[in-house]
Structure formats: C-alpha cells, structure tokens
Design a protein around this ligand. Sequence first.
Ligand code: C2E
Ligand code: MG
Ligand code: MG
Length: 846
Amino acid sequence: MSATTQITLRTAVVLPFVMIFIITIGVIIAVQKNSYEEMVVDISDKQLSSLTDNVNLELSKFLNEPFQASLALSHSIGFNQLYQLGDTKAIENYFLTSFSHLYQSIPQLDVIGFGGEGAEYVGFRKEPNNGYTLMVQDETTQQKLVIYRGQHVGQDIRSVIEGYDPRIRPWYAPVAKSLKPMWSSIYANADERQEITLSALTPVFYDQDFQGVVVTDVKIDTFNSFLSSQQKQTNAVIYIVDDKQRLVAHSTGGSVVSWGTPLSDKGERLLATESANPIVKANAEYSLSHNFYSQGEIQRFSQDIENERYFNHFTPFIDEHGLKWYIGVAISESDLLGKLPESQRDSWILGMTASLIGIALGLFAFNRIVAPITSTAAAAKHLAKGDWDSHMPKPGNIYETTMLVYAFNEMANNLKASFRALRSQLLYDSLTNLYSREGLIDTCDKMPNLNGSLLLLGIDKFRDINDSLGHYKGDQLLVIISQRLTSLFSDDHYIARIGGDEFAIYSPQEQSEEELLLAASRIKQMFASPFIMDQESIVVKVSIGIVESGPDFNMTLWLRNGSIALSNAKQEIANISFYRPEMADISRKRTLMVSKIQDAIERKEFIPFYQPLVDLNSGEVIGAEALARWLSPSSGLVPPLEFIPIAEESGLIGAIGEQILLQACNDTVEGMREGKWDKDFHMHVNLSVNQLSQPDFISTLQRILATSTLEPNNLTLEITESRIVDNDPVTIKNMQAIRDLGVHIAIDDFGTGYSSLAYLHKLPFDCLKIDRTFVEKLSPQDLDTSIVAAIVNMTRGMKVSLVAEGIETSDQAKLLNQLNCPQGQGFLYSRPVPYGEWPTDLVNMK
Ligand code: C2E
Ligand code: MG
Ligand code: MG
C-alpha cells in the first residue's frame, strides 16, 4: 500500500453525502428558526396589541359609565334643586329611582351617594340580592349615619355610625376644592365590605353655588372578572397598575389588597412586584427596572419565566379625568402559538429520524453495493496468498459490480486451472507419470505420520547409457524401468522419479531390515536381466540407498538421507546401503571439503610431486610420475586420495588436473633444459576419466602442450583401468585423439578392473602399469603362476611398455626383473618429491 492516506469507498461516497445532508439540514433549521422568530414576534405583537386595545376599550367603558352616571346625577340634583340643607329626602328618592331604573345595568356601579355642604349624606349601595341598602345622615337621623337593612327609612337598621362627616372623606374634599369632576384615588371602602373602590366624583352646583359632591363608586374588583374572562379566552395574563406601581386589577384571581399589614387595619394595595402571580411579578420587575413608568408609550419585551418564553406589552392608559394607569399583558409562546412550537419540534424529530433512517438505509444499500467489491478484493488477497480454495465473491444486484465479480471469477478460475495444471506438472513426472520429487514430498508430508521406509534407487552411469543410446532411447529406458518398478511394488507404495536417473519408493508400512534388504535385492534382480531395446540389449546396474526411519512430516529430509545412503551404496560392492546418521556427517564434511577445494584451486595450492620411473634392467631413471599434492596453508600437505575422489564427484577434478598437467609439462621442459632429465624422458601425468570424457579435453591438452613447449612424445597420460567405461564413445574417441597427438597413454592400476582383460584390445594405449597389489603378492615360489607373469606374457606380442608399481623392496625388484618386467616405480627408488628435491643419485639395483 502506498504511503498516501487511504479511505474506503464507502467513506468516499457516504461522507460528502452526509456532509451535504448536515449542511442542508443546518441551513433549513437556521432559516426556519429565523422566520419562526419573526413570525412569533409578529404574531405576539398583533395578538397583544389587539388584546390591549380590547382591554383599553373595555376599561374606558367600565370607567366611563359610572362617571357619566355621576355627572348626570350631580347635574340633576343641581338643576332640580334637590338639595335642601339638613334634608336629603328628595335626593334619596331621586337616587333610588335612578339607581333602580337607570343604572341597574351598570354592574360595576356599587354605590351612589351624595355628600352635602351641611355634612348630610345619602347613598345607596347595591346588594347582591339586587336590592339596595340605604344610608342616610341628616337631621332626621340626628346627624348620625344610619345604615338600613333595606332601601327605605324604617326600623330595620343595620348599623349606626356616629361622627361621620362626609366633607372630610377623601372623595369629598378634593372636589370641594377643585370644583371639578374627577376620579378619587383608589381606596378600600370604609364599610364592612371594604372593597377596593374607585369613585367618580362630581360637584353639585346650584347657580354657581357648590352644594356638595355626588360620588359613584366603582367596584374595581368587578373588572377583574372581565380580565379573567379575557385570560380564559386568550390565555394571556392581564394586569393593570397605577402610576405608583400598585395593582389595580388583574386577571389572575385573588385580591389586589394585602390585608393584615400590621401598620394599618386598612387594606393596602399590593405593589405589582409583590404579586403572587410569577408572571405579573416578573413583568412588574422588568417594567420597573426598565423605567417603563416614566415613558408614555407602549413597551414590548419578552422574558423567560419558568422555562417559558413570554411576550409582553406594557401600555399606558390615560383617562380624561386624570387616571394614569398601565395595562400589562403577557402571553406565553405556547399559548400564543398553541401546539405550533411543539408540533414544529415534533416535525423536526420526525424529519431527523426519517433522515437517520434514510442514512442507515443508504449505508445498508451502499454496503450491499460495495460488498461484491470488498469480497472480490478479499478473494484476490486469498488468491495472492495461494489459497486456491477460498470462496469466490458473489455478484450483487448492481450491473457493474456483477460484471466485476464475473470477470474476477473467470480470471480466478482460469488462474486456478493453470495453477492446477502447473501443479500437476510439478507433482508428476511427465515422462514416467510417476510422482516427481515435489509430488512425493507433497503427498508424504500430508500423511499423518511417516513411519514407513524409503528406498532410493540410482542407475549407475546413466549418463554414459544416455550418451551411447541417445536421449530418446534413454527416456524410453526410464519409462520401461518405471513400469517394472510399478509392477514390482503393490499399490500402497509411492513411487517417484526424483531425479534424472533416481527413483524413490516410499512404503508406508513399517518393515524390518531383512524385509528391506529383500525388497532391494528384488529390485536388483529385476535389473539383472538386460533390457532389450530395438534388438539391443542394455545392461543397467543400480545402487540402492535405504532409509528405515526419519522425522515425521519431512519427506525432504528422508530424501536427503536416502541420497546420502545411495551415494554410499555406489561405493559398496553390493551396491546397497542403509542410511546411518554418521553418513550425514561424512557428507557434510565432504560438502565442506568441496568448498575448500574450490578456494584451493583459485589460490593454485595444487602442485605435482614427482616419483621416478626406473628401467628395472639398467636401473636408469627413464621418467617420472607426477602425483598431485595439496599444499594447504591450514592442513599442510594433503595426499591425493583425500581430495581427488571428492574433486571427481563435484566436477572440480578438471581444474586440478589442468593445473597439475601444466606444471608437470613446464617442469619437464625445465628439467630437460637443465639437463636434469634426458631428451626421451617420459613424464607420466594422471588423468581422471571425468577429464577424459570432456569433449574439450583435447583442445585443453593441445593448449598446455603449446604453452609449455613440451614434445607430445615426452608425455604419458595415465588412466585408471577400473574407471574406463568401454562403451563410452567420448572416452574412447578422446583416448584415440590423445594418441593421435603423439601423447602416450598408460592404463593405470592394471588388473583391478575385473572385466579388463576381455576388452583390453579395444583400448588404445602404450603402457600398462601393473597394480601395486600384484607386486606385493610376488613370491619366488609361485612366480610363474603370478598375475604379473600372466600380464608379461599377455603383452609380449604387443608394442607396449610395462611398469610395475609399488616396488618397495629389492627382492620385489629382482623377482620383477626375473619375470622380464622392464620398468618399475616405488618407494625403493624414491618417494614422490617436489621438483626441486628431485634425487640425483638413485639406488641402482643392477
Ligand atoms: P597411482 O597413479 O597409481 O599412483 C601411484 C601411487 O602409489 C601414489 O600414491 C604413490 O605415492 C604410491 N606409491 C608409489 N610407490 C609406492 C610404494 O613402493 N609403496 C606404496 N605403498 N605406494 C607407492 P599417491 O601419490 O597417494 O596417489 C594415489 C593416487 O591418486 C594415484 O594412484 C592416482 O590414481 C591418483 N592421483 C595422484 N595424482 C593425480 C592427478 O594429478 N590426477 C589424477 N586424476 N589422479 C591422481
Ligand atoms: Mg598413476
Ligand atoms: Mg597406480
């Protein structure tokens, strides 16, 4: 994944969508809220204005009617001369008629009365039973205020108040002074009901003479019921205060008077700020703190009271007769708009819920859209990890994703098919249809445990067979071998071709060592008879490595052990070998050695030591054999048997051989130039069959001869007899070519290769070197029947020279001489020595 920030497709699509949604909702809410505010302000203003107007009108009417009555009464008294000093009878009659006929319909009109300049008083008070109570004070009552139980003078007197002087009453004195109609201040009545009262006061004149005051009492409490009815209709709280901030009337019920103030027995009207109603109280406080009382115009404001928003108007009310009141109205938002805010909130919640459900549905739908893409990605990841059995993604309902999934599945199926084909190619050997190495490992490692046994079968010198038969026939031979193996083992065996010429047979059953040996010999028997191909019979020899047990689940290790056992078997006479753990050790050391040899080649640590070849008859040195030594800085002088076999197996012998050959040739030229050696001196250099089977060996040899300037005639190449394969065409061809160059060939260790004598005539050679073991066995008793004697006889007719190897004693030298063996070599004459230490005086045995 790259270093850039990665977001999912879902986020990429859903995020902008949700953001747009949120912004849109936000804007809508803001606009709505704004317009709602405007609407609320507008509606509240209209509602409150109309309510105030209504109250204003009604209040004017409420006050005006009693006032008009008062004016009319005072006018009539004056005009008709009804006032007689000390006698109120005429006024009484007039009042009763007016009250009961004219003013019956003014409910707030409670009392009408007249106070005269002579301290008379006459008045009627309305009673709840629609009757009137007469109150009189004049001469007929001895200047006492008599309150009757009915509307006429009689015996039924309710109470008598002495010392009452109307002229000092608050309703009288100011009028007497100003001589103008006016409102009294609000007061609590002095009678037993002590109601809150406002009086319209009008002076009575007769011919400009002031005669008294007509007072009409207005029970302000009756206005409360009007305000209450308004409140019932609109839910608005309405109150009226005077300019002293005292409540005049209000819609909230209860009195506007606080009784029982310790300072006075009279009722004192409540300050609006003392109201028990929280709305009135809050409004009054606001009005006070905002100085509304001093301002003559309508005030609009809103307030939060008890978690409700209230819209308020505070409007002055001015009356022509000197009243200065204020009408306060307050209405809550919910009352103003009814269920509108609530339903608006509900609709918001509904809208939000619907949108959330929408988003959830959208996400759900989007998940379904994206699901095929993510599952395709997951499947691709599985495929990438090599999990071929992973679930295939399922197509969704979207055309494009379905296309994607189909395309992916098709691709995955193709991939799977190719992979399977590839895998079967890997797991099975295409030539023989047996398991391949990988196939065997794969199959066996899947077994619950590996407790059977393994046979590893290697065809000896298959390369040579292949070279002589050609590759096609070589392949055919492998097929036939595989068929024979398959027929030899029952079906529960696992047979594999694990290399070009190697087969493995794994038997899951546990077997004893004897049983395994039996199985191995059955295989060997199978190869005992030659294979017939195109009338040609081919003898195939095999070696078998056996592994009896190994670690579980690790066929690779079994095979490695088998391969070690097989290498070992190739060196055994019976060609069968059981794997032993110490072999692994040897093989490890061998591997280490190979790399050491490689280094040594690079550092040119291989040099030839020279051992003289002697004419047994004359005792003269006629040549030398170059024997390789490894001058290792760490291990000292390493003998050839410790590195030559390994070098041969690992293919390094070519390089070593080349170094030795070149050095030997150079030394020979040098030796002859120095006069150390004769002109016909023969330098013997050992040659591995591996070198000989290289097609380019001849050119290498030519190059060395050219660089060293050695005459081919002075050089003999020794080839170990037992290693020569008679039917390898390259070897024979190269031997021929060597001789064609003029270089001699010696057959080394002659007599050790068991089929040697039979095909000796086929080989081109100039010299036979009789193996040391035959020289060792020589004894004077059976000299004539010795192998040396046989070899001497056999080669008598041939033009070859004979060299006896390993002469250690002078007796041996003598016996050889008796047998007419012409040449010899051995510690008797000299051990192999470096060029510089070449002996100048040799033991002359003659
Ligand atoms: P070989 O070619 O048969 O060499 C003769 C071996 O016999 C030498 O052993 C030599 O030291 C030893 N020998 C000579 N006289 C006597 C004796 O009187 N008694 C005994 N017991 N041994 C004697 P070395 O040098 O250890 O070489 C062993 C083998 O290694 C050689 O056997 C040859 O097959 C191989 N070899 C040596 N140098 C080379 C080389 O440059 N290239 C190749 N391909 N093989 C080489
Ligand atoms: Mg030799
Ligand atoms: Mg030899």
